[in-house]
Design a binder for this molecule. Structure first.
Ligand code: NAD
Length: 449
């Protein structure tokens, strides 16, 4: 059955309809319309799946998508143009250019933590580049999955965009098919499954994975502002953000003060009892709640640790200096627990991060420009912020993606357009004149060239 969906899509793609810029822009405008007209229902679905506060849902899902679409609409004509490159004497006379062209049919498999954004932002890039798409939303956010399955066919070209809901069995079936590109967002274990399946058809793959994103806080940083920014970025969506600070390495002179400051910020942001705060989200399901809870077995807590399983509530939790071999420090936390490790200084922090998997994001809080420069030069990670967390996401033209175990390929803005385009090289020559230097028989003087 899925094979039929793909065959029909590939046939439709061959007709060339999706290649026209008019069609692409029309699809993007239709997405804008969907987001505007159904904002209330979408917010409701996000609330149902993750108890997302309206402000967070608007900021990180709906408005994020509006900004992304607006940017693509503005830039698309320019991105899609053939890009002239200079030619040399060897091909004279000629012209050469790079012609972006869509791949065909792209399978988008998305995750549950930003269930709307992680499904539709890839779709924006895929459609901008002139492809068809089969979208498989995460089954762990069923309300958002259902609303996308209902609304997308009402707004988008049904021949070009199909939503298939489901979990592991459905995704496994889809992965057997010869898509022209696969875009997967989720954990690295499944990332390997996707890559293996893609290898069967030599399908190009974009993998948006996760990992442990570190933060180093130097003694030169303004502690209050640092704590404020980290607290927001960590506990947004109850810590279920792929680029959330996973752990902090704090200069030993300020580690204790930083912990106190973060605790004070938690009180300021979510009050005495965060369970009652309308601004604090919930864990996606019992399995993930238990997973995060199990990381705390045998660990001393600095604050937090309260759980109400029935409400999927897990309070903001701070841990000081957990053992390095604890699961808290060896696995991605992806929840509302933040370990703070005291460290001798900047160089030790750099070595600590370098010894581990290349993270999706790496954050530095420091007032010293030499440290800022070294952090950028010495730490390899998908993205970085200096003196902030997460906020690179607000810059449409910054590519988003991981490196090494945190992913491969990038999207957002032009990077997304290019990720889902083949950049085809074209050399164009007239049929005259010809300088017959390259043709055999190769005279002696040619052999010496
Ligand atoms: P998930 O459980 O929603 O899984 C992601 C997708 O993979 C879903 O659509 C699911 O149906 C499919 N899937 C799951 N198991 C499968 C299998 N065995 N075979 C085929 N398909 C399968 O999401 P998750 O993996 O729990 O997401 C959390 C992880 O994703 C974290 O590691 C997080 O850091 C990462 N993440 C990365 C980004 C990013 O943009 N880089 C964004 C969000 C999450």
């Amino acid at each position: 059955m899925y094979q039929q969906v793909l065959s029909q899509q590939q046939q439709y793609f061959s007709s060339g309809v999706t290649k026209s810029l008019h069609w692409r822009k029309q699809q993007l405008k239709q997405l804008q319309l969907l987001l505007t007209r159904h904002e209330t229902e979408l917010l409701q679905a996000l609330k149902q799946d993750l108890a997302k506060p309206v402000f967070e849902a608007m900021l990180s899902e709906i408005n994020y998508l509006h900004t992304d679409i607006k940017h693509c609409l503005k830039q698309l004509t320019r991105w899609a143009r053939p890009r002239r490159v200079s030619t040399g004497l060897r091909t004279f006379p000629s012209m050469a250019f790079v012609q972006p062209e869509p791949y065909g049919s792209v399978l988008i498999i998305s995750a549950w933590n930003y269930p709307l954004q992680l499904a539709l932002a890839p779709l924006v890039a895929v459609l901008s580049a002139g492809n068809c798409a089969v979208l498989k939303p995460s089954e762990l956010a069923p309300a958002t999955s259902a609303i996308m399955a209902r609304l997308l066919p009402l707004y988008l070209d049904k021949e070009a965009v199909v939503v298939i809901e489901g979990g592991v069995p459905e995704t496994t079936e889809l992965l057997k098919l010869p898509f022209d590109h696969i875009m997967y967002t989720g954990n690295g274990q499944v990332g390997k499954i996707v890559l293996r399946a893609a290898a069967e058809h030599l399908t190009p793959v974009t993998l948006e994975l996760g990992g442990k994103s570190p933060v180093y806080v130097d003694s030169s940083a303004d502690l209050k502002l640092t704590a404020q920014r980290i607290t927001w970025g960590k506990w947004l969506n109850a810590g279920q953000t792929c680029i959330a600070p996973d752990y902090i390495l704090a200069h030993k002179d300020i580690a204790q003060a930083l912990a106190e400051e973060i605790k004070a910020q938690l009180l300021q942001m979510y009050g005495d009892d965060p369970k009652l705060s309308p601004d604090y989200g919930r864990i996606i399901n019992q399995r993930h709640l238990q997973r995060v809870q199990s990381y705390l077995d045998g660990i001393d807590l600095y604050c937090g640790g309260q759980v109400d399983a029935e409400q999927l509530y897990f309070s903001p939790t701070l841990v000081l200096d957990p053992p390095l071999d604890s699961r808290l420090m060896t696995e991605e936390i992806f929840g509302p627990v933040l370990p703070i490790l005291s460290i001798t200084g900047f160089d030790a922090a750099v070595r600590f991060v370098q010894k581990r998997d290349k993270p999706l994001s790496a954050y530095l809080f420091s007032n010293q420009s030499s440290q800022q420069q070294q952090w950028i030069e010495q730490i390899s990670s998908g993205s970085q912020c200096i003196n902030d967390v997460l906020m690179f996401m607000a810059v449409s033209e910054l590519p988003f993606g991981g490196v090494g175990p945190s992913g491969m390929g990038q999207y957002s803005g032009k990077a997304g357009f290019e990720q889902f385009s083949h950049l085809k090289s074209v050399l164009k020559r007239p049929l005259w004149p010809e300088l017959p230097v390259r043709f055999a028989p190769y005279a002696d003087w040619k052999r010496k060239v």
